[in-house]
Design a protein around this ligand. Sequence first.
Ligand code: UDP
Length: 489
Amino acid sequence: MTSIPRPPHAVVVPFPSQGHVNPLMHFAKLLAARGFFVTFINTDWMEQRIFKTPNDSAAVSNQLQEQGLQIRFLALPDGLPPDHGRVQAIYEYFQATQKLGPAMVRLLQSTANEAPPITCIVSSCFMSCTHQLATSLVLPRVVFWTFCTSAAIVFANCRMLLEKGYIPINVKEARRAENLITCLPGMIPPLRQTDLPTAFRVEDTADSTFQLMMYESEIQNKADYVLINAFEELEGPEAAEGLSKGYPALPIGPVFLPDFLQATKSSVSVATSLWEEDLDCLQWLQTKAPSSVLYVSFGSIVVMSMEQLHELALGLEASEQPFLWVLRPDISEGKATVLPEGFRERIGERGRIVQWAPQLKVLSHPSVGGFLTHNGWNSTLESISLGVPMIGWPLWAEQFLNGRFCKEIWRIGMDFESRVEDENALVSREEVEKVVRAMMEGPQGKELRKNVARLKEAATKAVMPGGSSYRNLDKFTSDMTARANSQFE
Ligand code: UDP
């Protein structure tokens, strides 16, 4: 007797930060829309931040179910005290996540009767405990890179960079040297040493964060399948092959876009924001002329000195351009931000400051004409997909690579000259004013807007039926469906 096949079941495990939970949740919805049963595993801390009250995850699950999407949410403690800084104390945070494997095994075993048999574990990069999880449960592990393909290739090949002497790095000297990295697989553009992620830009390779990131990066090569939140037209069709060690490596992004393009009033949107979104800013945007507003946001992790925030504020003021500025409550190195005296009064209705914005709605608003960004990959990809040119202000992780690609490879971004010389330099109000004016008023901004419009079209095509990401997602889902069916033979 043959049993009736049950849906493939993907267990999706994001690293517990905003930049991982967002794309993994979009991916979970894409899988559910293709008939998968999805288990989404958060830490308790993350679940409480995004769902606000403990029961909300069940309510969201029910609403999704009504639309035919089967996503259940599970959560487990991360082992840290409630007042721990989490991403702000990143080394300890990683150490805590590395210990979660056995608890995840127990969680899945104790809830096994609520769901079909598990087909695969989908893990965002840097969640090495999922290797232990997949090994214990004898399941394939799918690594989901939340970076562009080139950055993912850098992480995955850190040992090679070490062996060939590109690491350690003295950033100041590397800035002057023309020591291009051309040995990486995937035919990606030659990289400068200063394009490497900050965790690898160490002068002493005994550095504990470097060692930890080497471990986390290398374990991504022990995958059974690789998916990337990027699209082939951005970095070339060969790039993703650079991530394969004999298994498929497929760009399937931008994963937020299919849902975003098809969203109707009745679609269930799963809230994933760690802070409350200020929806009133959308009404404010309505009062502004097309392409006139500069959106300013540095994502969920990076911090800035008060002195720098003041220069930025005064530069935005001097630029005379409308702006929407996300000032996260903890952006000022954990202290309450005090803006220059009289700033808010002088700005009046020309500027709007919020603690967290509905970023996708903002970037897709016709009034927005530029994005001053830290070049986190999600923000960069969202800006590309929604056709907004960028002023890059990278600060951490692989943001420097993203910023350089925006400026020099894709020609959709500009940056601050003083930071090219010295990335720790204070950007003066005069420079902020000059660059903001060039983006919002000058011919350069116009040119970048034209270029990004072409990439927006390419991103849209990629996720539509027949497009590169759509086909790649088809391949992944049919491979996993075949695996699920074989479990019943
Ligand atoms: N984001 C948002 N509202 C904000 C700022 C950011 O919704 O006010 C979202 C943004 O759309 C993106 C994520 O937060 O999906 C930030 O991820 P990214 O990779 O850009 O940066 P990170 O926070 O990881 O540094």
